[in-house]
Design a protein around this ligand. Structure first.
Ligand code: GLU
Length: 446
C-alpha cells in the first residue's frame, strides 16, 4: 500500500473553529494510525476573506490540542510551498495545459480583454466515487455547468487548486466536511483530465446544536472557537478527546481516550454520517474527568489566573491548596473556580429548607452551642486542631458520627455533603464560622 498522506487545508478566514479542529483531528488520527504523514496546507486564494492572524491562530490551537504535522507552512517540507498563493505558477501551467487540450476555454468579460478560464464539463458522463463514510455516490455531468477554474484576476478557484495540490503533494486520503460533497465531481473531472489518480474521499457528518440545527458561527449559544475554550480553562487533552467523538466512536464502552489511545483505536470505518450533537454537558464531563488527573501544582496553574482576574486575593499557597482541596471535585473547567469560590464564601449565608430538614433530624442545638463556645477560644490556623475540637464536643455530649458532623457541616457550609469539614472550616475562617453558628443559634433563640 502507498504511504498514507492526509492533510488539513484550512482557509485562513477565521480562528480555529470546532468544526475545523475536528476535520484536522480526523485527518491527523487517520494518518497517524496508518503510520502516514499529516500535512497542513493553507488555502488562501479567497483573498478578500482572509483575516489577519487567522493562519497563526489555526496553527497555534492545533498545537495546543496536541497535533503535530510533518509538513506545513511553518516548517516547510519536500512538497512546498504550503500556501496556495505561493503556487500560482503551478496552477497557471496546468490551466494553460487544459486550454491547449481544449478541455477548458477562456470566458471573456464583456468589452474587456480580461477573461476567466472555465472547465468544459464533458457531456453524458457519470462521476462515481466510494465515500469512506457514505458509500457510493454518483453525479451526472449534466448536473454540473462549465465552472471557473481560474478567475479573471489570475487566481485559481478552490476546486481547481485543491486538485493540483492534492496531486503534487501526493495526498492519498481526504476527510472533509459534507459541504464539499458536491465539489467532489468537479474535482474528479480535473483528475481525469490530467489522468491522475483520484484520492479516497470521506465526507464527515455535520455538527448540530441542541435544536438539531447545524452549528453556525453566528450561533451565540454555543462557544465554538477552540481559543475560547482555552480561555475558559478547558484542558487540551479533554478537548481532543471530545472532538474525536463528534462523528466517530470507539468500539468499546470507554470514551475517555487520550491521544495515543485515539491514534491506535482510530478506525475510519467507524466514522458516522449521522449528525453529531455538540453536547456541552458531555464536554464539561470529559473535562472534569481530565481535571481529576491533574497534580496540585497543575491545578494551581490552571485556576490561579481566574482568581487573580476576579480580584480574589490568595493569602498563601497553603490557603490556595486548601481551597482547591475543598472545591476541586466540583470544577468542570478552570474558570469555574471563581463561581465556586463565591458560593463557598458567600456573605448572605442561607440554608435551604431541604438541608435544614436534614439537620432537624439530629439533636443539633447542644452540639452547636458547645462548639461555638470552644471555637471562640480557638485559633483557626490548623485543620487538625479544628477537627480535635469538633471531636471533643462529641465526647462531652456523647454524640458520634453523623449526629456530630452533619449539624456542624450544615450550620457552617449550608450543605449536607462536601469535602473535608475541618479544611472547609479553616478556609472559611473563625469569623465566618462563628457568625454562621450564631445565625442559626440566634434563630433558635439560644
Ligand atoms: N479550504 C477548504 C475548506 O476550508 C478545504 C476543503 C478540502 O479539504 O478539500 O473548506
Amino acid at each position: 500500500m502507498k504511504k498514507v498522506r492526509a492533510r488539513y487545508a484550512p482557509s485562513p478566514t477565521g480562528l480555529l473553529h470546532i468544526g475545523n479542529a475536528r476535520t484536522a483531528l480526523f485527518n491527523y488520527l487517520f494518518a497517524r494510525h496508518y503510520g502516514g504523514d499529516f500535512i497542513i496546507r493553507i488555502e488562501d486564494t479567497d483573498v478578500a476573506r482572509n483575516v489577519p492572524g487567522g493562519e497563526e491562530s489555526q496553527l497555534h490551537y492545533l498545537k495546543w490540542l496536541g497535533l503535530t504535522w510533518d509538513e506545513g507552512p511553518d516548517i516547510g517540507g519536500p512538497f512546498g510551498p504550503y500556501h496556495q498563493l505561493k503556487r500560482l505558477d503551478l496552477y497557471k501551467k496546468y490551466a494553460d495545459q487544459l486550454l491547449e487540450q481544449g478541455l477548458a476555454y477562456k470566458d471573456y468579460k464583456e468589452n474587456s480583454t480580461k477573461y476567466a478560464i472555465r472547465f468544459k464539463v464533458p457531456e453524458g458522463k457519470t462521476y462515481v466515487f466510494d465515500d469512506v463514510i457514505r458509500g457510493r455516490l454518483s453525479f451526472d455531468s449534466k448536473e454540473v455547468e462549465d465552472w471557473i477554474i481560474v478567475k479573471d484576476n489570475g487566481i485559481p478557484t478552490y476546486n481547481f487548486a485543491v486538485v493540483i495540490d492534492d496531486h503534487f503533494m501526493e495526498i492519498t486520503h481526504v476527510f472533509r466536511g459534507e459541504e464539499h460533497i458536491t465539489n467532489t465531481p468537479k474535482q474528479i473531472m480535473v483528475y481525469e483530465a490530467f489522468g491522475w489518480e483520484v484520492p479516497t474521499f470521506g465526507h464527515m457528518t455535520i455538527i448540530v446544536n441542541e435544536n438539531k440545527k447545524k452549528l453556525s458561527k453566528r450561533d451565540t449559544n454555543t462557544v465554538q472557537f477552540i481559543g475560547e475554550y482555552h480561555k475558559m480553562g478547558y484542558l487540551p487533552q479533554a478537548m481532543l478527546n471530545f472532538l474525536s467523538l463528534l462523528g466517530w466512536s470507539p468500539t468499546g464502552e470507554n470514551e475517555i481516550l487520550g491521544h495515543d489511545e485515539l491514534v491506535s483505536l482510530f478506525d475510519e470505518k467507524r466514522l458516522s454520517a449521522a449528525p453529531s450533537y455538540f453536547d456541552k454537558q458531555k464536554l464539561a464531563y470529559i473535562n472534569s474527568r481530565y481535571m481529576k488527573l491533574l497534580s496540585m501544582d497543575e491545578l494551581k496553574d490552571l485556576t490561579r489566573p481566574f482568581l487573580v482576574e476576579a480580584g480574589i486575593e490568595i493569602p498563601s499557597e497553603v490557603w490556595f491548596e486548601n481551597l482547591l482541596a475543598v472545591l476541586k471535585d466540583r470544577l468542570s473547567y478552570g474558570q469555574e473556580i471563581v463561581k465556586y469560590y463565591n458560593e463557598f464564601f458567600h456573605n448572605t449565608f442561607t440554608i435551604s429548607e431541604e438541608v435544614m430538614a436534614e439537620m432537624e433530624a439530629f439533636d443539633y442545638l447542644p452540639v452547636l452551642q458547645l462548639l461555638r463556645e470552644k471555637f471562640e477560644a480557638l485559633d483557626f490556623n490548623d485543620a487538625d486542631l479544628i477537627n480535635q475540637t469538633i471531636g471533643s464536643v462529641g465526647k462531652e455530649l456523647n454524640v458520634k458520627g453523623k449526629g456530630l458532623f452533619m449539624p456542624v457541616r450544615i450550620a457552617t457550609t449550608g450543605e449536607a455533603h462536601g469535602p473535608s469539614l475541618p479544611v472547609s472550616l479553616l478556609l472559611l475562617g473563625k469569623e465566618k464560622v462563628l457568625s454562621r453558628l450564631n445565625q442559626i443559634l440566634e434563630k433558635k433563640g439560644s
